[in-house]
Write a new protein. Sequence first.
Length: 453
Amino acid sequence: MTERITNLLSEHKLAQLKELLNDELGFQELSELLEEFSPNQQVILFRLLEKDTALEIFELMETAKQKELLQAFTAIEVTEMVSNIDPSDQVRLLDELPATVAKELLKSIPPEDREKASILIGFQPGTVGRVMSPHYLRLRQDYTVQAALDYIRALKPDPETLHNVWVTDKRRVLEGVVTLRDLVLADPGTSIGDIMDDDVVYVTADTDQEDAVNTLKKFDLVSLPVVDSENRLVGALEYDRALDIMQEEATEDLLEKGGVLTLQRREENLSQRLLHGSLWKVLSARLPFLMITLVGDLFAGMIVSGFESALSQVLALAFFLPLIMDMSGNVGSQSTTIFTRSLVLGHIRPNEFKNTLLSETGRGLAIGGIIGVITAIVATVWQGDYRLGLVVGLSLWCALTLSATLGFLVPWVMNKMGLDQAAGAGPILTTILDIVALLIYFYLAVFFMDLII
């Protein structure tokens, strides 16, 4: 199906594509398929969907993906899309966007929705007030059942707000709760105060969201009223939102136990410093590592000069110096990049580093062996000296194995020491590898080619 949609997109057969998306595919299949396309392609597909379907799918997307998609929409489409999702989801999305963008977007939302979103933004992140829904149904005790049902019919509320109907006084102070079942089965002339349950479980808006979810679970509720410091009803935590919070909290706890969440926060701070810090902060973070590289390269030059006699005896040794140094540096940089990305994404857990390092060393042995054999054959054929080929091949094998190992080890050590691996791992690794690769190369040449130094 993905291939079929891709073909229709590339052939610009939008009429057929619109019919396919709206008539042949179900909601669940659409949600899964859209994730396989780029944001630019998703924009086209969203525009072809029926409005209600597009909004439902958008509301179910992860916040980061919503942000990517909005960047590809026009200003009018962004306003329309954001205005039609739940205020609690609006707040989650606004939290992800840059402050200036979020401010302008909030201005463009219709006044009624803007007021509800602003209420949620006023609560501290991590509290139930930040994630509750401001949509709820409330009645007064002196309403009759018939009046209450007429009132609800006139409002035409969303289905999720019908689980519980809250009873308040004229100041919105929470007094009780009735269910839709209670209303349907009661005598039409009965007052709400006679059928309501005044033993209501509730939380205050500044309650931690995880505690609120635990309260909802403990009492087996489908929705939980949220009140302010004066016991006035301000919103409700619905069951489906509670499930999302449970998943988020469980993931966060898992990442925290593995040390990944702390690492992500530290790396984010270091990244902000390097990208947006003052010139002095950037230089103080980068120059020390570059000075280490400068000293190391000077030392590498001294090593080459120390083997000047060997080079004069076999000039062809000089031909392979750039190859030895560059290949070891490339493999090391490759390993460092893989390590850093995997660590931040949580694919490498800090407490399981030993096994990961051994695996990378094994991969380094394989890479070094393959490249070493190929280069040894080329060197032997080119220079007509099997001993030179042997030296080059063995040097690469040893150097590349070491490069892969150090590519994981150096950033790991820097991370454990609290140093900025993004700024320092590359220069330090390159310096170490240049020096060690040269020493391996020249000493193997001296040993196998009977050179005098």
